[in-house]
Ligand binder design. Structure first.
Ligand code: SF4
Length: 293
């Protein structure tokens, strides 16, 4: 039996109903930690009622400083069949969510596609990802996903390796984001300002690493179609007991200004986050009864 090759880890791991032996440790059966409206994404994703967010357990990247480590590192969540996911998607739409977001869903692409054959929400589908994707897997999503919401995290091989054991992070994410842009074309919005198609690139500024941020913004400017929006995130707080030297503090106002000013100088359109968002209080509740619609 051919093992799993869904993400750039290319583990070739066997995954059965109960367990997975790959880097993400996910079994074949979907595991989900939360399904609920989520207000804390960018305005064109969340709208006024919140995106219908499906937080999948496991992660193909597992950053050392992850804010959602209970689900990404420790696999908190419940098993879901495609039929059960389809029912939940219907409930999210009934609640008025303007978009539906699949968050770190890469290990479950085949199962999600099956759920969407049972029920395809009549709202934009958002693929919220670490950016660590293969072009082959993205091609399977072509025509299914309307909006890609990829992170662009690390520029150097050293930081990719140190933070996520992925020296090839930038190489993989760069190719993936280019493919996403090819699939969707330029960003489009409906009359309520909800993104109906396109790519919105997210970048989280890390303490002491503004030069990485600047290199990544330069790459966006030079490599992605003009007008591709960027969401600049300042909410880094040390989480998950991160023990990487220098990552034990939030970013300073000066660091934020340096990166934001560079983004403005490049005339990249996009979004900034409020300083108040740098709080662990914004981590949603996972794995409880009330975590599911
Ligand atoms: S999705 Fe998981 S098992 Fe599959 S290649 Fe990636 S890390 Fe390995």
């Amino acid at each position: 039996m051919k093992g799993c090759m869904l993400c750039p880890r290319q583990c070739g791991a066997v995954r059965d109903d109960k367990e997975g032996l790959g880097f993400c440790r996910m079994p074949e059966t979907m595991r989900i930690a939360r399904i609920a409206p989520h207000l804390w994404e960018e305005p064109p994703i969340s709208g006024e009622k919140g995106t219908g967010a499906v937080f999948f357990s496991g992660c193909t990247l597992r950053c050392a400083y992850c804010q959602n480590a209970d689900i990404s590192h420790r696999g908190l969540g419940r098993p879901f069949t495609p039929e059960q996911l389809a029912d939940s998607l219907r409930r999210l739409v009934d609640l008025g969510c303007p978009t539906v977001s699949f968050i770190t869903a890469t290990p479950f692409v085949p199962q999600i596609l099956k759920a969407l054959t049972i029920y395809r929400p009549p709202v934009p589908l958002v693929w919220n990802t670490s950016g660590y994707e293969t072009v082959d897997t993205l091609r399977v999503l072509e025509g299914v996903v309307d909006v890609y919401l990829p992170d662009l995290k690390h520029f150097s091989r050293e930081m990719g390796q140190l933070c996520a054991k992925a020296a090839d992070y930038f190489e993989a994410a760069g190719a993936a984001i280019r493919e996403m842009c090819r699939q969707t074309g330029p960003a489009q919005y409906d009359r309520h300002g909800i993104m109906t198609r396109g790519v919105l690139v997210r970048h989280l500024i890390l303490p002491g690493l503004t030069s990485e941020s600047i290199a990544l913004l330069d790459w966006v400017k030079d490599n992605l179609p003009e007008g591709t929006p960027v969401s600049l995130m300042r909410q880094y707080v040390p989480c998950n007991g991160v023990d990487i030297p220098g990552l034990d503090r939030p970013i300073t106002a000066r660091e934020y200004r340096r990166v934001r000013d560079h983004m403005l100088a490049l005339e990249l359109p996009g979004y900034e986050q409020e300083a108040a968002s740098a709080s662990a209080e914004f981590v949603p509740l996972f794995g409880e009864d009330e975590s599911f619609v």
